[in-house]
Design a protein around this ligand. Structure first.
Ligand code: DGJ
Length: 747
């Protein structure tokens, strides 16, 4: 491997810096993370716009003290609780360890290291660090992807101390920035069931920190999605300095954007240990979850595009595959179905141009524990065998029926859970999370419990059951992985009493173990991560899964906000967005079918209703809408997202996707509430087009009269972007979609 820029410098100007140092410029196309080794500590010399020469930022680095010299932290690349300040003790830091001998602080010393070029063009840097006084080791990894301007980073911890150590904090990211900042803001996603991915933006005042934490153990993406953007100075969609961070972890996580009394900024993200510290045995290695950082000076929009590109190019299992238009059975039938119901659904969705049928909850369990319309959610979880009373011909036959109709077939599972009313729990009472001397709390249906995924025997059993179904159903193309509970009984029967704190990490590692095994037996499967909606919306799941279910709230009005939020960090191809019946089952809101389609078309579009309930006119409209979506889906699913008007600022949302070569684009205006003259939408200044090319503009997915006067016209990108396009809105939930196609010069 090629060794990139490493500058070993001796006797740098300013003797206070010490005698030896090494610097690494981990550059991407537009950013640089410059690290320097000074007196054994790896520090951040620069994280921001790309610089050519690491020595320049080293020369510009702050002299190491603020006017008040007390407690100024080093800009550590991995800030730990210990001697990490220039002149004292760092009481903060993302790693806090109680060592085997009881010592509470850690002092990491690193050795010089070099960045290497990987065969795929990325650049890797591995920093080895060891505590100055004991054999406690931390390895910090960085992988920079030039094209997406991202840096992946993760931490490995191991030790050979005389006994176990306690990890009281174990963050992946614990960066202290070299430049102080006085205008700091944080954007994050919060929500709960049926209200996922709501945007939250706040300022961080001096001496404050914003802490984002989610402690459910399972549906952790709800309370605080493990993703945030920190803005420095004024920040908009198109301007301003922004650091983005996502953590690939589905368990309890915490992030902190802290501004200390001297305006030093520390950014942290990692596994949350507030519910239990992790005990690490000597000789064992703990690999902490990966985080991904990105930076842009072009505002939040570019940060989102960087994450989307990284996800498609470097992270999602099939990031460049187009996703099928599917019909999921849940809202159309719930538990009340027979094989005939399902075959009817298949026929109907096929006739509308659908490409896949997914059978949701209710197909499994047997005897008194069958997950049928009588037991509903009270039984069956844990017993992944087809219910012969409901589906006498079995799953393979059902999948074959789908294939015979030209459809792919998908199936729902909830592998992390069981019902106490299941054969699994009857036989293995000790396989569920529970606490001695406390009554068992049941979740959904009163009987739902969480399996002890820290237990290898449980993981083997669940994996085998999944493998058996997958192998016996050769025509299975898609798995919906659901999870509908949190840690209600946070005790692991398989872990020793003094290791119960490990459950919070080991459970999630166990979840990934089972997902990984499923992936290995069928690498081609499309897998959806779902947890009562968006509870598994994280890049941890998305290392194994292709997409996530955004929310159980399928009301198109609410989805505008939720998908807007999710799109801050996650690409459209990963967002399951389904057209459902109106009035909506949850919110009772009535919206036009066209609006429901337009909103779903901004993500991975599908259906979730029984099409037999649609009118003939609706079926005709749907067939045309599916055809339109199939034509634009390469742009939506693989293109660059530009957010034009936020629904948080106006009673409409406007966004567009542009293909990588800028030859095609699709613009959505999703009108929410409508007011008279003063509320009429202002023109949309398009973005991301080629200013010098001409584009034919066609309004698609029409129902009624046109919303633009340029339908069918050919206009240059400079005018579309510089002057803007006025798209009419005539009432509540009135939406429009424009397809733009570059035409050869002279046409
Ligand atoms: C919760 C999911 O989010 C829904 O889509 C559906 O699969 C139900 N669970 C089924 O129980």
């Amino acid at each position: 491997m090629k060794v990139l820029a490493v500058i070993a410098a001796a006797g740098l100007a300013g003797a206070a810096w010490g005698a030896s140092a090494a610097r690494v410029n981990l550059a991407t196309d537009n950013t640089s993370l410059v690290l320097g080794l000074t007196n054994g500590t790896w520090t951040v010399l620069h994280y921001g716009a790309r610089v050519a020469d690491a020595a320049d930022v080293a020369a510009l680095d702050r002299p190491g003290f603020a006017p008040n010299r007390m407690g100024v932290r080093k800009s550590a690349a991995y800030s730990v609780y210990g001697a990490d300040t220039l002149n004292g003790m760092n009481a903060f830091g993302g790693l806090a360890v109680q060592h085997a001998d009881g010592t509470m602080s850690t002092e990491l010393k690193g050795a010089a290291a070099a960045a290497e070029e990987m065969p795929d063009g990325r650049r890797r840097l591995v920093l080895e660090m060891t505590d100055a006084a004991r054999s406690f080791h931390v390895t910090q990894h960085f992988v920079a992807d030039p094209a997406s301007d991202t840096v992946e980073t993760w931490i490995e911890i191991r030790h050979e101390e005389k006994g176990p150590v306690r990890l009281l904090r174990m963050d992946t990211v614990a960066l202290t920035l070299p430049n102080r900042e006085r205008d700091v803001s944080v954007l994050s996603l919060t929500g709960h069931w049926a209200s996922e991915s709501q945007l939250s933006v706040s300022k961080v005042a001096r001496g404050q920190s914003v802490r984002l934490t989610s402690r459910s153990g399972v549906r952790s993406a709800w309370n605080a999605n493990p993703a945030w953007m920190a803005g420095f100075g004024p920040v908009t969609e198109t301007a301003g300095r922004v650091v983005g961070c996502v953590l690939a972890w589905d368990g309890s996580s915490a992030s902190e954007i802290a501004r200390d009394p001297t305006d030093v900024i520390e950014l942290r993200a990692g596994v949350e240990t507030a519910n239990g510290y992790y005990t690490l045995e000597p000789g064992r290695e703990l690999v902490l979850p990966k985080a991904v950082l990105t930076y842009s000076e072009k505002g939040r929009g570019q940060v989102s595009r960087n994450f989307h590109r990284w996800a498609r190019d470097r992270h999602l299992p099939h990031g460049h595959d187009l996703r099928d238009v599917l019909l999921n059975s849940w809202e159309g039938s719930r538990f009340a179905f027979t094989e005939k119901t399902l075959l009817d659904m298949m026929d109907h969705v096929r006739a509308m141009g659908g490409e896949m049928f997914v059978l949701d909850d209710g197909w499994f369990g047997s005897g008194e524990f069958a997950r049928d319309d009588r037991n509903r959610a009270t039984a069956g979880l844990g017993d992944w065998v087809c219910n012969p009373e409901k589906l006498p011909r079995g799953l393979a036959a059902l999948a074959d029926e789908a294939v015979a109709r030209g459809l792919k077939f998908g199936l729902w599972f909830e592998p992390e859970m069981a019902n106490t009313r299941s054969w699994l729990v009857e036989r293995h009472r000790d396989w569920i999370l529970s606490e001695p001397d406390r009554p068992l709390r049941g979740g959904r249906g009163g009987t739902q419990v969480v399996l002890d995924l820290a237990n290898p025997a449980v993981r083997d059993n669940v994996s085998k059951q999944l493998a058996d179904v997958v192998k016996a159903t050769p025509n299975l193309s898609y798995v919906k992985w659901d999870a509908n509970a949190d840690f209600m009984n946070p005790g692991s029967p398989s872990l020793p009493r003094d290791r119960q704190g490990n459950l919070w990490f080991d459970y999630t590692a166990g979840y990934y173990d089972i997902l990984g095994r499923l992936r290995r037996i069928r690498p081609d499967l499309v897998i959806q991560a779902c947890a009562s909606g968006g509870g598994h919306m994280s890049y941890g799941s998305l290392a194994y899964c292709d997409e996530f279910w955004v929310s159980d709230n399928t009301d198109a009005h609410d989805r505008v906000y939720m998908q807007w939020g999710a799109g801050m960090f996650y690409p459209a191809c990963a967002q399951g967005a389904h057209v459902t019946a109106s009035p909506n089952q949850r919110t009772k809101r009535t919206t036009p079918l066209k609006f429901r389609f337009d909103v779903a078309m901004t993500g991975r579009m599908g259906f979730e209703l029984h099409p037999k309930d649609m009118t003939p006119e609706e079926v005709v409209f749907s067939r045309a809408a599916v055809a339109d979506y199939k034509r634009i889906r390469p742009i939506v699913q693989q293109g660059d997202l530009y957010r034009l008007v936020s629904p948080y600022e106006e009673p409409r949302a406007a966004l567009m996707y542009v293909s990588a070569d800028k030859s095609r684009a699709v613009v959505f205006q999703l009108g929410l509430r409508y007011g008279l003259n003063h509320d009429e939408p202002l023109p949309l200044r398009l973005e991301g087009l080629d200013a010098a090319r001409r584009y034919r503009v066609v309004e698609i997915n029409r129902s009624g009269s046109l919303h633009v006067k340029i339908d069918g016209k050919t206009l240059r990108g400079d005018a579309l972007m510089g002057h803007g396009v006025e798209i009419l809105q005539r009432g509540d939930f009135d939406s429009a979609v424009l397809e733009l196609t570059a035409v050869p010069d002279g046409e």
